[in-house]
Design a binder for this molecule. Structure first.
Ligand code: SAM
Length: 291
């Protein structure tokens, strides 16, 4: 046993021996801290009946821990240079497979059918490349994959926006989109020192418990998100002014004010004060009005 992949010493040894150089453009910041890895693994609640999907295994620091907990692990890595390293370090774990590709281009439903047919539940567990955090998480949530949890290391500011409640400056369309599909929970804030190389932003681990059903009922999901985005178009403006620009650019205010009254929303409110429930009612009223 050559010891954990993720110790600073072994990480450096692997990287040097393979002549690997970090690519900033791929968000390559590798974890070298056992405590943080343990916190990520604990938050995922895995056991041998479950599957784990990892995005961006790097040199396998987290993959190895997932392999020790889960019954089946699939890791998707975009950087071809990492494949021989992963093959070497993950050799003791035959229930782990590495897929070479860009997770944003991958047919995930198909991958789930192939890999996770016989497990009792699947969670995504990853230290994500920060340049594509939001597209990756929205893809995972929007595709309606049968996921239990998504436990990810991301930029701290993004984690705070995802978990924000109405009323604060962090709350916005990202909070609403994430909370429509999941229940977010901040697991821990993470110092720069647990990575090599160290990223120049702060990090946090967040757990999204994926909902079986949305918490509100909307007539049309695309239209619901359209209303939410329009409401936040200019944060210093009132909700009425933002909605007017998007839905009634050439009309007077009467019809808009009538619809807002029907939805029970004061025209002078700001987008960041409306709950998910209020956005659902608002978009359903607009939808019924044929907008
Ligand atoms: N899991 C490793 C760890 O914690 O040490 C590495 C994490 S590093 C922050 C992000 C990883 O994602 C890198 O290995 C990078 O090559 C990979 N990656 C970047 N963009 C990707 C994409 N679109 N699809 C799949 N992997 C990607």
């Amino acid at each position: 046993n050559r010891g954990d992949i993720s110790t600073p010493r072994r990480t450096k040894e692997i990287i040097q021996r393979h002549g690997f150089s970090f690519k900033k453009s791929l968000g390559q910041n590798f974890l070298i801290d056992q405590n943080i890895l343990a916190k990520i693994i604990d938050a995922a609640g895995l056991d041998k009946t479950k599957g784990a999907l990892e995005i961006g295994p790097g040199i396998g620091a987290l993959t190895e821990k997932l392999a020790q907990q889960a019954g089946k692990v699939t890791a998707v890595e975009i950087d071809q240079r990492l494949l021989p390293i992963l093959e070497e370090v993950l050799e003791p774990y035959p229930h782990v497979n590495v897929v070479h590709g860009d997770v944003l281009k991958l047919h995930l439903q198909e991958l789930f059918e192939q890999r996770f047919k016989d497990v009792s539940g699947v969670s995504v567990v990853a230290n994500l490349p920060y340049y594509v955090t939001t597209p990756i998480l929205m893809k995972l949530l929007e595709e309606g994959l049968p996921l239990e949890h998504i436990v990810v290391m991301i930029q701290k500011e993004v984690a705070e926006r995802m978990a924000a409640s109405p009323g604060g400056k962090e709350y916005g369309s990202l909070s609403i989109a994430v909370q429509y599909y999941s229940e977010p929970e901040l697991v821990c804030v993470v110092p720069h020192t647990v990575f090599i190389p160290q990223p120049n932003v702060e990090s946090a681990v967040i757990r999204l418990s994926v909902r079986k059903e949305p918490p509100v009922s909307v007539e049309d999901e695309d239209f619901f998100f359209d209303v939410v985005h329009a409401s936040f178009a200019q944060r210093r403006k009132t909700i009425a002014n933002n909605l007017k620009s998007r839905f009634f650019p050439k009309e007077g205010r009467e019809r808009l004010e009538q619809l807002l009254a029907e939805a029970g929303i004061e025209p002078s409110r700001r987008a960041e004060t409306l709950s998910l429930q209020e956005y659902a009612v608002l978009s359903n009223v607009f939808y019924a009005a044929g907008l």
